[in-house]
Design a protein around this ligand. Sequence first.
Ligand code: URA
Ligand code: SF4
Length: 460
Amino acid sequence: MSFEQWRERARELLKLGVPPAEACWTDGQTQLFEESPSRGTAINAPRVPREFLLLAEKACCYRHPARWALPYRILWRLNTGEPNLLEIASDPDVLKLRGMAGAVDRDVHKMHAFVRFRQSEDGAYVAWYEPVHLVVELACPFFARRFDTMRWSILTPDRCAFWDGRNLTYGPGLSQARTPTVDSVEELWKTYYANIFNPARVKLRAMTSEMPKRHWKTMPETALIPEMLAQAEARVESMLAHSRAGDPGVSPAQGASELVEAGGTLAELARLAGGCQACELYQKATQTVFGEGPSSARVMLVGEQPGDQEDRKGRPFIGPAGQLLRRTLAAAGLGEEELYFTNTVKHFRWEPSPSGGKRRLHQRATVRQIQVCQGWLEGEIRLLQPRVLICLGATAAQTLLGSGFRLGRDRGRWIDSPLAPRVMATVHPSFLLRLSDPDEQERQKGLFLRDLQLAREALE
Ligand code: URA
Ligand code: SF4
């Protein structure tokens, strides 16, 4: 029985004044109980609210024997003294109707997401799918719009849908045994999937919870996932082993991008960078100072390079400039749980103080050193995917936003950039420390705070 047929039948029963308890709905037909049904008053012009129709059409696709009877009972009640029934959210019948309609809605969405076509020998496309509910007719107009130039069939145990490029028609359901399974098409699918596979994007847990196991078996590519994940892990391990062995063979750009592709983590990227010897800066520095912060941080702050204290401790932004930065971030309302700190260059470049002594003086990295090291920063951005990216000072800004970037002109503004939804450059905190005029320093600290407050607001 189709929904249209149900509507017609329901109208007839209302006209006859048949109360819901007297009508027996089965999938094939409606039977009245033989024994003298107690007829009520005839309802000749029933009230059928639009909302009810929308809900009933979906509920009637719910795979349950009560799918026809429940909407009729509600229709009856709507017309026998309870015209506002649908507004009573706690009514058991209404609850059930809404629950069924919701489940059907979700099932339609799943069908849209998980139907996989294979090309059959005659060039048409065929998909086998097992929906939870009886949603073929609700779901298929979407495929007709989406794949309007293809000829396709969607076969299910309940109904089959056919699109010839013009008309959408339906037929009875099929058993899976008769599905055209073209092995070569299946192989093609797998090769295709293995090639586009990126474990960094496979949110396995989300996928397994989103997608019931029943769908996995109709998706040939899912058979490959455990194996591909294992291979990806092995690739990360072997990259790390090479870097521990001091192999300087890979550039940061290559190492980072391979690790990202293989689904590595920020911690693994840090370990990989720990062995970096891609430019000469590692020789005089104590250690690589990699970025730091939770992988769920939504704000990334990019400085220039580690300073003296950062180099000794191996952590970014812990010296005087770092402390000023952290204080200002706190004042702007940004908590550490939202913050990831890193630098454009990961090793400290310094020269001995000309006056002798132990002091190590900060030296700017060369254009080439910045360029080589940039691969690590790009890897960090790809893995963290911050919502807000803040460049501190001209080195970070020009590295990430282009050499034409002018801090004096564009600091504190949101910049259009593919790196993150919100990108801004502001001054470097060490600039504030160098200002000798106290009034000017106060004024600049105020501007710096304002910029970081903008970043906080961008999280809301
Ligand atoms: N300045 C930077 O740019 N980065 C640090 O980590 C410390 C000071
Ligand atoms: Fe590698 Fe960057 Fe250190 Fe150079 S500065 S050795 S590129 S981590």
